[in-house]
Ligand binder design. Sequence first.
Ligand SMILES: NC(=O)c1ccc[n+]([C@@H]2O[C@H](COP(=O)([O-])OP(=O)(O)OC[C@H]3O[C@@H](n4cnc5c(N)ncnc54)[C@H](O)[C@@H]3O)[C@@H](O)[C@H]2O)c1
Length: 248
Amino acid sequence: MVTGAASGIGYAIAERLIAAGGSVVAFDLDSRGLDTAAERFGDAFIPHHGSVTDTRDVQAAVTLAESAMGGVDGLFNVAGGLRPAPVTDLTEDDWDFTIDLVLRSVYLCTKYVAQSMIRAGSGGAIVNVASVNAHLPLFGGSAYAAGKSGADMFGKNAALELARHGIRVNTVLPGLVETPMAGFILENEGIMNEFYANAVLKRPAQPDELAAPAVFLASSDASYITGSSLVVDGGYEIGSYPDLSKHL
Ligand SMILES: NC(=O)c1ccc[n+]([C@@H]2O[C@H](COP(=O)([O-])OP(=O)(O)OC[C@H]3O[C@@H](n4cnc5c(N)ncnc54)[C@H](O)[C@@H]3O)[C@@H](O)[C@H]2O)c1
């Protein structure tokens, strides 16, 4: 099951899983995006229109996966977004919207998918897509950064509790990725100049550069990895310290 599969990183994960012979329940709010992807991918892409913040929609996605595919062996918690504002202007509705979308959704999908995996008795893997903002604050992004940090720690806690059922849980922390969600950053020259000053690989990622490590973490090649957080940011985090080579 891939949440947020109609666009960006979730779409790229679905594409990789289907290319490897898998079937995907693609869970997204964007029904048009789901229809377009379903046309491209065919029967292996099973659309589920709903919100990852809604318990009934999450339960329905699990029921669909059980009836259409015989169960779920991997969950990718990818759907996300934010309503940014500085903390003094951030409304309680906008705080709840962002926290529900980036944190509650990870709890809900993990809870109901893990219950299904435990019933099936054959283990599984869960991969969360958080953000480098789990480590680095973002102006106007207090709810987003707090929620992503929470999702990262939630993954470690779930890994601890689910190991006895053969379920591994890991988290990927992307830096800047070329997707519609990051459009407001990618289109802003001033922000991008600051980005290039710190990003040691000097470019944003393509969605598939996040899909590859996410799919790896769900695969048997990662059989000994659980409770880990993998920063996939092109070296952004390590680039923020002054470049001593320019001054010494
Ligand atoms: N793009 C970046 O630079 C970047 C950086 C760090 C982290 N991320 C994270 O990566 C994840 C994927 O984002 P993306 O960049 O691919 O963005 P995107 O906008 O391309 O895709 C996000 C998808 O989530 C779906 N979605 C939004 N709310 C939903 C809901 N309530 N229920 C179901 N689906 C919902 C959207 O319809 C969309 O298809 C997000 O969690 C985002 O926070 C992105």
